[in-house]
Design a protein around this ligand. Structure first.
Ligand SMILES: [Zn+2]
Length: 426
């Protein structure tokens, strides 16, 4: 009896040991497959806010920062290389409280920072074309602007951002602009009913099509997203948004919009921020993978990308804490049966397809002149906007000078800081 009990115990122990060894071996073989795949198809990541952190932590003084190892952030060159990132869409983001004030200056400063970072680092390359992105052997830097408030309702400003290398713009951040609506209700400015994308908003979309700038609908309200897809001639992206069906946060994308995105041939790039991944409980690599499974089920792998949102949000899943961890996600998707072909598309080929298509639309519009549409003053009305008029019409020296209200800046800055700390701005 004693003998048979100990034999039974031995068999069970051996079985558990074998299962453990098999599990470790299969994990390590999946890990190797993920790394091999990412070597061949380096990730093009849709959204990163390192520039914001460099402003907050280092006042944009690049000379004092070692870009290979930056403390208190989730992104630096060493970790981008470890994460097999071959393209990164760096955001020039300025806070909504700058809207109607110095948003354009602040945006230019962020673009200057990114251009310096991307041109002075031998491991990086500033990218402005799909072909350049496809061919680079370095970390390809794409410049994006996160929020239409950065153009101050001005198409000439939009065109100048393009000239500086910006190839994507989100129509809104957490604030409405005078011409497009945000998914967030934190800010009270420019609220309106049933007019989520105004006539001027449509002119912005058309001008972005003409220029060859990728329209980004992350942060836009669903109504604005829908109206934009109705109007745009080119595919659009959600550069960092996840699945509403899994976590019902308004920053995420519902299934009906996904189906419209499929018709638009655009891209949904999954955001890893834990608040968008799980509305309750603890986020993990597995709960992030659930969003990928859902998107694949609804629209197919050819519509999916990755937009980690590192350094924009506070709070990331266990196992995906910084940009060096992307292979862990690919390993998990391989374990769930995703094919290497599907993952190559998710990692980079889908984004390159969309970028090329946006350029094709630009080329088809080469005979269309730059738009001279202006926003009606009543729509962009704010006290800091000067009105230039010919002599005789103007009140003071050709300029309608008004008092630029600054009283709310401190309160707004406080709100912004709280939102940033809580991770709600991502
Ligand atoms: Zn964001």
């Amino acid at each position: 009896m004693l003998f048979s009990r100990s034999v039974g115990g031995c068999v069970l122990l051996s079985f558990l040991l074998l299962a453990f060894i098999y599990g470790v071996m299969s994990d390590s073989s999946l890990r190797n497959r993920a790394l091999e795949l990412m070597k061949k198809y380096p990730l093009i990541d849709g959204h990163n806010d390192l520039a914001l952190r460099l402003r907050i932590l280092h006042n944009n003084q690049l000379s004092k920062v070692n870009l290979h190892t930056i403390k208190d952030v989730a992104t630096d060159i060493n970790r981008l290389i470890a994460g097999h990132v071959g393209g990164e869409m760096f955001a020039a983001y300025v806070m909504c409280t700058a809207q109607g004030k110095d948003a354009v200056r602040l945006t230019l400063e962020q673009i200057d920072l990114l251009r310096r970072m991307c041109t002075e680092s031998p491991e990086m390359e500033l990218i402005t074309t799909a072909e350049g992105l496809n061919n680079t052997k370095r970390i390809g830097c794409l410049l994006s602007v996160e929020g239409g408030h950065s153009i101050d309702s001005s198409l000439p400003t939009l065109r100048m951002l393009y000239q500086l290398g910006v190839r994507s713009m989100a129509l809104t951040h957490s604030c409405n602009t005078p011409w497009a609506e945000s998914s967030s209700k934190y800010y009270l400015d420019y609220r309106r009913e049933n007019n989520s994308l105004t006539e001027f908003g449509k002119a912005v979309v058309s001008e972005m099509n003409r220029l060859g700038m990728i329209i980004d609908l992350s942060h836009s309200s669903w109504a604005t997203a829908k109206a934009t897809m109705d109007h745009s001639r080119a595919p659009v992206i959600f550069s960092h948004s996840s699945a509403y069906k899994i976590c019902n946060h308004t920053r995420n994308v519902p299934d009906d919009l996904l189906l419209q995105l499929k018709k638009n041939k655009g891209l949904i790039m999954v955001n890893f921020h834990d608040k968008f991944i799980v509305c309750h409980g603890q986020a993990s690599v597995s709960t992030v993978a659930d969003h990928f499974d859902h998107f694949r089920h609804v629209v197919g792998a050819e519509m999916i990308g990755i937009g980690g949102d590192f350094d924009g949000a506070v709070g990331f899943p266990q196992g995906l804490e910084d940009v060096s961890h992307y292979p862990a996600l690919i390993q998990e998707l391989l374990r769930r049966g995703w094919t290497e072909e599907e993952l190559a598309a998710v990692l980079r080929l889908n984004f390159i397809r969309v970028f090329k298509e946006v350029e094709k639309v630009r080329d088809s519009l080469r005979d269309t002149p730059p738009s001279e549409v202006e926003i009606p003053f009543a729509e962009a009305n704010n006290s800091c906007r000067l009105i230039l008029r010919p002599p005789g019409i103007a009140t003071v020296g050709g300029v309608h000078a008004r008092n630029c209200q600054r009283g709310l800046v401190t309160v707004n800055a406080l709100i912004w800081t709280i939102l940033l700390v809580c991770g709600s701005l991502s």
